[in-house]
Design a protein around this ligand. Structure first.
Ligand code: FE2
Length: 264
């Protein structure tokens, strides 16, 4: 099976880039299943039901989230009714929503698991032990398992890759918005990339308007960040999984700028 995963989509710039480019990515990589990280989709903070529905209309099959899951409070009202969205599984057991979902499309089945790191992020249950439980559960449904580890520290992400090697089809990182260059397939057959990157303005800071961010670094004062409206870049990956074994057979990073796209 072929899976396309697109990194954190930031605000209106990221959403419109995704809409423009997705048909071409579909033609090029022939994905059976398309997953995106949507935790910054609504002006950089969370996601709305309308935005989630738009993503599904454009051909996305599943959405992963992260530390901004609850920024848009309206999500409390609908996340339990939307099985195609996963939020970090190691949130409190009292939290609404789910941390794992089985996505079915084009005759294929992919388990998607969302976990959040604990280094430089708020206290949360152990993502490693939670991964053990969820992978056992996912294996009852399919051998193809995607883990989106939404985390800050490269060490924690690399450790998770090794920890799940041979048990997940891919461990990929989101959250830093910077695509790393360490794509690999680990010895046990798990594809790994420390961070997939983002979709949004590349003229800001991680998709947000840069002057506000610089002001905050200079003064330490509270600043309201807004989505930057500059030219976009889009980062993602294409993954091939052996359906019989669940092992990854090919991992390709995707990296596109608005300027490249206009020339295509
Ligand atoms: Fe994040």
């Amino acid at each position: 099976m072929n899976v396309l995963f697109i990194g954190d989509i930031v605000g209106n710039v990221g959403r419109s880039a995704l809409k423009q480019v997705l048909p071409a990515l579909r033609d090029k990589y022939n994905p059976h299943i398309i997953i995106v990280n949507g935790e910054n989709a609504a002006a950089g903070r969370g996601i709305t039901r309308t935005i989630a529905r738009e993503f599904f209309e454009w051909g996305v099959h599943g959405i992963t989230m992260g530390n901004h899951t609850w920024d848009n409070k309206e999500i409390f009202e609908w996340i339990d009714d939307e099985p195609r969205i996963v939020r970090p599984a190691n949130f409190s057991s009292e939290a609404p929503g789910q941390g794992m979902s089985i996505i079915q499309a084009n005759g294929k089945k992919l388990a998607i698991i969302n976990l959040q790191g604990r280094v430089f992020l708020p206290p949360i249950d152990c993502p490693f032990r939670m991964a053990d439980d969820l992978i056992d559960e996912a294996e009852q449904h399919t051998k193809a398992i995607l883990v989106d580890f939404h985390a800050e520290a490269t060490s924690e992400k690399i450790a998770m890759g090794w920890y799940l090697d041979g048990r997940a089809s891919i461990v990929l990182g989101t959250h830093t918005h910077v695509q790393t260059n360490d794509d690999t397939i680990l010895p046990g057959g798990t594809a790994y990339l420390t961070d997939v990157g983002m979709v949004g303005s590349r003229e800001g800071v991680l998709g947000m308007e840069r002057n506000a961010v610089i002001h905050k670094f200079l003064t330490g004062m509270p600043v309201r960040f807004v989505v930057d409206e500059g030219k976009w870049h889009l980062h993602g990956l294409s993954l091939q999984i052996d359906d019989a074994t669940g092992k990854a057979t090919k991992l390709t990073k995707i990296r596109l700028t608005e300027d490249d796209w206009l020339l295509m």
